[in-house]
Write a protein that binds this ligand. Structure first.
Ligand code: DHB
Length: 299
């Protein structure tokens, strides 16, 4: 009843572990797989290792987070064994790639494909590090260059993770579609700030960070809906999802699956199973017999 598919990636249920949460180690990815996530995205990997930004890197709000990790990662070349360990969980692994140039995105995507990932998600939307992420995701021509180059270099499906911080996300999605992306993930975190009023200074080491959690859900739903209306892309919804009804909302807006990140912090590692069970009950109550019937139902 809950099975779905994005591009050629078959999913037992519509929940995917979002990048950046428990995705830095094969062992943690495997554990989330065993707890019910149907597929899992790694922490974003680049060509070189990075230590990330100075602390504090995360600030908690009521029910939401702002983070500026600064893309800490060991570099893709040190991640082969982690992919092998992650795959032991028996679920599709999606490698997240970032780069400071088109060539770097290609190098990381090829490297991850060589380690056996089932798909790559291009991080065209990290809000916290200069010269990568949003620098690409806010420019339709750069998006299409990265997607086209990566598509020409790998055989596995390529998803582009988009930022909502653009004038028109449909223009960006169309650029990815023309460059033959197999799908898009919408959306990444939104740039935000918290001031610690007792010390009159920004709470994060990096001053600004990416806002995630329920506050960004309506923005994400709007983006998914707009992309679904104007393109034929497979869409993975992301932003503020932690319940079965959240998933139903994204599916009805046109997503075929969803990613959960901050929902793990809100409801624990059992969120994938809990939300899937809630979705199943919702479908029974409202007489849906397949995910397909929900996808785009509100369009
Ligand atoms: C980071 C990267 C992201 O893409 C994001 O949405 C939030 C944080 C980071 O590593 O800083």
């Amino acid at each position: 009843m809950l099975a779905t598919r994005v591009s050629t990636i078959q999913l037992q249920n519509p929940t995917i572990l979002a990048s950046g949460v428990l995705g830095s180690y094969g062992s943690s990815i495997r554990r989330v797989a065993e707890k019910g996530a149907a597929a899992l995205v790694t922490k974003s990997l680049g060509v070189e290792a990075r230590t990330g930004h100075n602390n504090p890197t995360v600030v908690e709000l009521e029910g939401a987070l702002i983070n500026a990790m600064g893309l800490p990662n060991p570099g893709y070349k040190a991640f082969g064994d982690e992919i092998t360990a992650a795959k032991a969980g028996g679920r599709p692994i999606i490698g997240s790639a970032y780069g400071f140039s088109v060539e770097e995105y290609v190098e990381v995507a090829r490297g991850l494909e060589g380690y056996g990932v089932d798909a790559v998600e291009l991080n065209l939307s990290c809000p916290n590090v200069a010269d990568t992420g949003t620098e690409f995701g806010q420019d339709p021509e750069l998006c299409s260059e990265v997607v086209r180059a990566v598509k020409g270099a790998v055989k596995i499906p390529v998803f582009a993770k988009l930022t909502a911080e653009v004038g028109d996300i449909v223009e960006i999605a169309k650029a990815c579609e023309e460059a033959k992306a197999d799908g898009v993930t919408a959306i990444n975190t939104l740039r935000a700030m918290k001031i610690d009023v007792r010390v009159r200074t920004p709470a994060l080491g990096n001053r600004t960070g990416g806002l995630s959690g329920p506050y960004i859900k309506p923005v994400a739903v709007r983006c998914v809906y707009e992309i679904a209306q104007e393109t034929d892309l497979d869409i993975i919804g992301c932003g503020g999802i932690s319940t079965g009804e959240d998933i139903a909302e994204f599916l009805m807006a046109g997503a075929k699956a969803v990613e959960i990140g901050t929902g793990v912090w809100l409801r624990g590692i059992g969120v994938f199973k809990k939300a899937s069970e809630e979705l199943e009950r919702f479908m029974q109550d409202y007489k849906y017999s397949s995910i397909e019937e929900l996808v785009g139902a509100a369009l």
